[in-house]
Structure formats: C-alpha cells, structure tokens
Design a protein. Structure first.
Length: 183
C-alpha cells in the first residue's frame, strides 16, 4: 500500500483551463487559505450549500479552520482557483477524509462543491477525477458519499465516473454513492 501524504502534496498542483479558456489552478488546500475558503463557502447560494451539507446550516469558523488546516495523511482537499483582479479566487473544492479506525482507514468519505457561477463547465468532473486519482495513489480503496436523491448534477457525474448509486432505504431523501478504487 502506498503511504499517504504527510506533508503538503505539492505534486498535486495542476494548471488547467475551462473550455472557454479561463485559467484554473487545482491544488491542495493550505491553512492560509482560511479567508479565501470562508469567502467561497459564504458565497454559495442557499440551495448549493444545502446540497453540500444536507442542511441549511452555515459552517462556523472552527469548522472552516478544520477544513483548511488538514492532516494530509488522513485527508485531502483540492481547491480550484482562478485569478480575479490579480487575486486568487476559489471556485470549487473536493475532499476526502479517511475512516478513523484501522478497519476503515482505507475507506474515505468524499464531498465536492463548485461555486454557483462555475457549475456546468466541467470543473466538478475535473476536480472529482483528480481526487479519485490522488486517493488511489494514497492507498484509499473506496470512496463513499451521500447526496440528495434529486441532485441530478451529482448523480450524473457519479454515474459518469463509475460510482454505484443506491437509494438509502433508511432515508429516501438521499442516494448513496460508492466507488471502488481497486481493480
């Protein structure tokens, strides 16, 4: 099994472009991204935030700090940024977090959110594919998530990338997503 990243995984930085030529940098999040990440999260439309958290709540400062100051050996968050008026501006984020026990340390929950103005432009697919590749390289065997049963964009993306989808019998409002990274 490959060892997970314990230091900032600079090898995951990638410069990319949207189809319209907009430059995008995909890179691991850092602790000093707190202000930018907070601005990004607070800028999401209510329905987008709800789809991400399955709740109308807004993450508090301590939670946002935890989202940016991460243990790369246990989790990874990749952000997508683009220059706006000479400053880096976050437009999306994807992350995984490994389980806490030895039995679940190779299984990771994942999440993704793309800013409202940047949706339906190929960014979610690019971010999630980069996360899948990084998770596989770090020895993660399975990615799991749940999404709202009517989140068509996420359901379509998950199918396209090979996830299995299953309605949750205990909660008909969500669909379970699972991707095996071992083949």
């Amino acid at each position: 099994m490959t060892q997970p990243f314990s230091r900032y995984p600079a090898h995951l930085v990638e410069d990319w472009q949207l189809k319209d030529g907009t430059p995008v940098r995909i890179r691991p999040i850092r602790a000093d991204d707190l202000a930018m990440h907070t601005h990004f999260v607070h800028g999401l439309l209510p329905h987008t935030g709800y789809a991400r958290l399955l709740s109308p709540r807004m993450p508090q400062e301590a939670e946002l700090r935890h989202m940016t100051d991460i243990d790369y050996g246990r989790e990874l968050a990749l952000i997508a940024t683009t220059p706006v008026n000479g400053h880096e501006h976050q437009i999306g984020v994807v992350r995984y977090v490994r389980g806490d026990t030895p039995e679940t340390s190779d299984i990771a929950e994942f999440a993704i959110v793309v800013g409202d103005a940047w949706q339906r432009r190929g960014l979610a697919e690019k971010l999630l594919q980069r996360l899948i590749d990084a998770a596989r390289s770090a020895g993660v065997s399975t990615l799991d998530d749940i999404t709202l049963y009517d989140n068509r964009g996420m359901l379509m993306l998950a199918r396209k990338l090979g996830f299995t989808l299953q309605r949750d019998a205990g909660n008909p409002n969500v669909t379970k997503l699972r991707l095996s990274l071992t083949a």
